[in-house]
Design a protein around this ligand. Structure first.
Ligand code: EPZ
Length: 416
């Protein structure tokens, strides 16, 4: 059951709702460790990565009560472990996000050094720089990072790069530090804002989230809360691009349009008719797609997580497009698989040059990472003939029952 079989060529039509954001749920689950009580989280997406994060919290001593598929209660009153199991940490890049909360709550944490992953080396030097500035002492031994701190203190921290994870980890550590912390050149992604809102709902004092300067005033403890995770803007973008690739008419609901602007702006440039509602976006496909250049940048630039799905769409647009990936050094693994389906793409370093073709042809392809897998689904839906995508466990990490959402829109896709 690790393969998708898609019969392509059918325009997607209908309405589909976006579910909770993976990249908001993971830091929020990790930061639940900061609460001295119970936390009820709603709209938690049913994803493999979320399941592993919940397993990590449980091993650390939290009681996890899954109310239903999208709701969980995290009870941290018996939190008593600071060592994240090596094998669990390695399964999930986001596991690093428990470092800040554990340092703040227990004064120590041991976690496997997150290895690289297909899309890049993904170092954690900025996380460590922030923790050291807050007064933690950090060592590495046997492939683990060990951080200790009697009591964290406020600091002024400049991030060399507006790292999403480092901003989230440092912000979470600072909420219980003594004094004020300023994070400069902070990430401004919507998921950072969602985390800050969650922390404030537990009594944290944070201002400036969503700007490049975040101020945190430390408090002595955080109480419990109930919080609803924001919708997933990348899942929304993926569904919109799938609609455009198949020339369909699709309305995506439960969306925050202002967060999807980098994507909808590009689709409009490609001659894809779009209408925006209060919390819906509709695509009226069928027109000729026009190639456009795309450059991934930190928010509010074009999101790197949408680069692979967009590359799939551009492979059937009229003209030549240049895609530049500025965030991760190895995020073009979907290209070789798209070329098996007839795409004409050349990669040189951080750039891919795409010469649009009339149509793609179904083929047997392999998902290499989460967003590359999504790109292959989009290509399969648009292609003539059948496509088989293996290793779809990558896709299940970040999309909850993607095939069910697409079937709801008339796609001929099944898991085998
Ligand atoms: C988050 O990863 C997301 N993951 C990624 O989504 C997303 O692509 C990325 O932000 C950028 O938006 C989660 O939120 C769980 P970064 P993160 O730290 O925090 C370098 C997906 O597909 N860097 O902003 O790891 C790093 O190497 C995933 O859903 C350092 O050099 O991203 C990269 O080049 C993929 N040192 C750049 O910054 C550090 O200490 C951006 O990384 C940290 C990062």
């Amino acid at each position: 059951m690790n393969t998708f079989v898609i019969q392509g060529g059918k325009p997607l039509c209908g309405t589909v709702a976006v579910t909770g954001s993976k990249n908001a749920a993971l830091p929020i689950l990790a930061s639940s460790l900061l609460s001295g009580d119970k936390v009820l989280l709603k709209e938690i997406p049913a994803l493999t990565d979320v399941k592993i994060m919940c397993e990590i919290l449980s091993v650390l001593g939290c009681r996890m009560d899954q109310k239903n598929v999208n709701e969980v209660i995290v009870d941290t009153r018996k939190l008593n472990h600071c060592i994240v199991p090596y094998e669990l940490a390695g399964l999930l890049r986001g596991s690093i996000l428990v470092m800040g909360p554990l340092l703040a709550r227990l004064g120590q944490v041991q976690i496997a050094m997150p290895g690289g992953c297909p899309i890049g080396a993904r170092p954690v030097d900025l996380h460590i720089k922030g923790f050291a500035a807050l007064g933690a002492s950090i060592t590495t031994a046997e492939g683990c990072i060990i951080a200790t701190a009697k009591k964290l203190h406020g600091a002024k921290i400049y991030l060399d790069f507006p790292s999403v994870g480092a901003t989230e980890n440092i912000m979470s550590a600072a909420v219980l530090a003594q004094g004020d912390t300023i994070i400069e050149n902070a990430a401004v992604e919507p998921e950072v804002v969602d985390l800050a809102n969650f922390l404030c709902s537990m009594g944290a004092k944070i201002s400036g989230a969503g700007t490049d300067t975040i101020k945190i005033t430390g408090v002595t403890s955080l109480h419990g809360t109930q919080y609803t995770i924001m919708p997933d803007r990348i899942e929304a973008g993926t569904l919109l691009v799938a609609a455009a690739a198949t020339g369909g008419c699709v309305t995506v609901t439960n969306i925050l349009p202002e967060y999807s602007k980098p994507m909808t702006a590009k689709l409009l440039e490609m001659n894809v008719p779009i209408t925006m509602g209060e919390n819906t976006i509709s695509i009226h496909g069928g027109g000729a797609l026009q190639a456009v250049d795309v450059k991934t940048l930190p928010f509010p630039g074009f999101p790197t997580d949408m680069q692979a799905p967009m590359t799939a769409l551009l492979s059937i647009a009229r003209g030549i497009a240049l895609v530049t990936e500025t965030i991760f050094e190895n995020r073009f693994m979907h290209v070789a698989e798209l070329c098996r389906m007839g795409a004409s793409i050349k990669v040189a370093g951080r750039c891919a040059m795409i010469e649009g073709c009339n149509h793609l042809t179904g083929a047997k392809v392999t998902a290499t990472d989460l967003r590359a897998g999504a790109a292959l689904v989009i290509a399969g839906l648009a292609a003539r003939g059948d496509t088989e995508i293996s290793d779809i466990h990558h896709i299940d990490r970040g999309y909850a029952a993607l095939e069910k959402k697409l079937q709801q829109l008339g796609a001929d896709i099944r898991r085998k």
